[in-house]
Design a protein around this ligand. Structure first.
Ligand SMILES: NC(=O)c1ccc[n+]([C@@H]2O[C@H](COP(=O)([O-])OP(=O)(O)OC[C@H]3O[C@@H](n4cnc5c(N)ncnc54)[C@H](OP(=O)(O)O)[C@@H]3O)[C@@H](O)[C@H]2O)c1
Length: 349
C-alpha cells in the first residue's frame, strides 16, 4: 500500500470534489487500489492557502465556506494564495493542478506545472491550457525529472479518451478522430431540435449552469479547438498549434437548418476532428457538420460528449460519457493518480 502526499492548486469545483472523494473513499481505495491520498497543502487565489505536512482533514477542506480568504479561518491557514510554497514546500509527492484555463498562453497553470516537475513532483491536471500550448516542454521536463505528467481530464473530463486511445488502442492504426467535445454546444443543438431558437437555447444552458455568462468559448468552437489540438498531438503525433485548426461554431445555425436536416434524416453537430493524410500531413477543424442519423455521433444528445476514433484494424471505435462536472473531472485526477501509481509500482518490480 502506498500513501501519496497531495497538494491541490486551485480549489474550485474540481479539486474541492477531489477532497470530498478523498474524505469519503480513502479507505475503500486502500483495499481496491493499493493507495491512499493525504492532502498536505491547498492553494487558491480566492480562498487563500494552507500547508499541513502531517495531513489536512479532507472533509473539513471540502466543506470550507466559499468566502474570500477562508483558509485563514483554519489553524495555520493564510488568506493569500501561497502557490509556490504549497507546490515546493508542502512535502507533496503529487500536485493536482486545477486552476482556470488560459487559452492564450496557458499561464499561470504552466508555471505551476513547471515548478512542480522541476521539484521532482508528479503532476496531474485537468487544465487544457498547459497541455494544448506547452505539452512538449512539460513532458520533457517530467521525463528529465523522472516523474509523471498526466492530464486525462483535459479533453473529456472523467470519460477516458487519451489513455484509452494511446494505450488500449495502441497498434490499431489510428488515422483520425471526430468528436462532440463540448457539452454546452451539443445541449444547445439538442434544444434547437425541440424548437428553441439559438438565443433561447443558450439562455436555457446558462440557467442550467452549462454555459458561462459569455458563451462564446463554447458555441464559437474555441473550447473544442483546444481539445482538437490536444487529441491530434497526442494520438496522431501531429505538431499542431491552435492556429493550425480552422474554427467555426454553431451560432449561425437556424431552426430552418435544423428542420431541413431532420427532413433529410440527418442532424447538425459541432464536430472537432483531425485526420492524417496519405502524405502524413494532418487536417484539423472545428465546424458544424451534418451527420446522417446512422453516424455513431448523430445520436449523442444533450450535454454528453463523444469521440469516434477511426482505426485501420477496428473501424470506428466510439466512446461517450460526461465531458464535464466537478466529481466527474475529479475522477479524471484520480485516474491519473492510479496511472502514475501503476507506473511507479511496475518500475519498482
Ligand atoms: N468543471 C469541469 O467540469 C471541468 C471539466 C474539464 C476540465 N476542467 C478544467 O479544470 C480546471 C478547474 O475547473 P473548475 O471547474 O474547478 O474551475 P473553478 O471552479 O473556476 O476553480 C478554479 C479555481 O482556481 C483558482 N485560481 C485561479 N487562478 C489561480 C491562481 N493564479 N492561483 C491559485 N488559484 C487560482 C480560482 O480562483 P478565482 O475564482 O479567484 O479565480 C478558482 O477557485 C479548469 O482549468 C477547467 O477548465 C473543468
Amino acid at each position: 500500500m502506498t500513501e501519496y502526499k497531495l497538494a491541490l492548486v486551485g480549489f474550485g469545483g474540481v479539486n474541492r470534489a477531489l477532497a470530498q472523494l478523498i474524505a469519503e473513499r480513502n479507505q475503500q481505495w486502500k483495499t481496491e487500489l493499493g493507495l491512499t491520498l493525504k492532502i498536505v497543502g491547498v492553494t487558491d487565489l480566492f480562498l487563500g492557502s494552507i500547508i499541513g505536512r502531517d495531513g489536512l482533514d479532507a472533509a473539513q477542506l471540502a466543506s470550507l465556506p466559499a468566502a474570500k480568504g477562508a483558509f485563514a479561518q483554519l489553524p495555520g491557514g493564510h488568506a493569500e494564495a501561497l502557490n509556490e510554497a504549497v507546490i515546493k514546500e508542502s512535502g507533496a509527492d503529487i500536485i493536482a493542478e486545477a486552476t482556470f484555463t488560459n487559452p492564450v498562453d496557458g499561464e499561470p497553470a504552466t508555471t505551476f506545472c513547471r515548478w512542480a516537475l522541476e521539484a521532482g513532483k508528479h503532476v496531474v491536471t485537468t487544465n487544457k491550457g498547459p497541455i494544448a500550448l506547452h505539452a512538449d516542454e512539460l513532458k520533457t521536463l517530467a521525463r528529465r525529472n523522472n516523474v509523471a505528467f498526466e492530464y486525462e481530464g483535459a479533453v473529456m473530463s472523467g470519460t477516458p479518451v487519451i489513455r484509452l486511445a494511446k494505450q488500449t488502442l495502441a497498434g490499431s492504426e489510428m488515422s483520425g478522430f471526430e468528436g462532440i467535445l463540448n457539452g454546452t454546444s451539443n445541449f444547445v443543438l439538442t434544444r434547437m431540435e425541440s424548437g428553441l431558437a439559438f438565443a433561447e437555447a443558450v439562455r436555457e444552458a446558462q440557467e442550467l449552469g452549462y454555459a458561462e455568462a459569455d458563451p462564446s468559448a463554447d458555441v464559437d468552437g474555441y473550447d473544442v479547438r483546444l481539445k482538437v489540438v490536444i487529441l491530434a498531438n497526442e494520438l496522431l503525433d501531429a505538431k499542431l498549434s491552435i492556429n493550425d485548426v480552422s474554427c467555426r461554431g454553431i451560432s449561425a445555425l437556424t431552426l430552418a437548418d435544423i428542420d431541413h436536416a431532420r427532413a433529410d434524416g440527418a442532424r447538425w453537430k459541432l464536430i472537432g476532428a483531425a485526420s492524417r493524410n496519405a502524405d502524413g500531413s494532418i487536417n484539423a477543424s472545428v465546424e458544424p457538420r451534418l451527420l446522417p442519423n446512422a453516424h455513431p455521433l448523430a445520436g449523442i444528445s444533450g450535454a454528453i460528449n463523444a469521440v469516434s476514433f477511426n482505426t485501420g484494424l477496428l473501424g470506428a471505435v466510439t466512446v461517450s460519457g460526461p465531458g464535464a462536472g466537478r466529481t466527474e473531472t475529479a475522477y479524471a485526477l484520480l485516474s491519473d493518480i492510479i496511472s502514475l501509481h501503476n507506473t511507479v509500482a511496475s518500475a519498482q518490480e
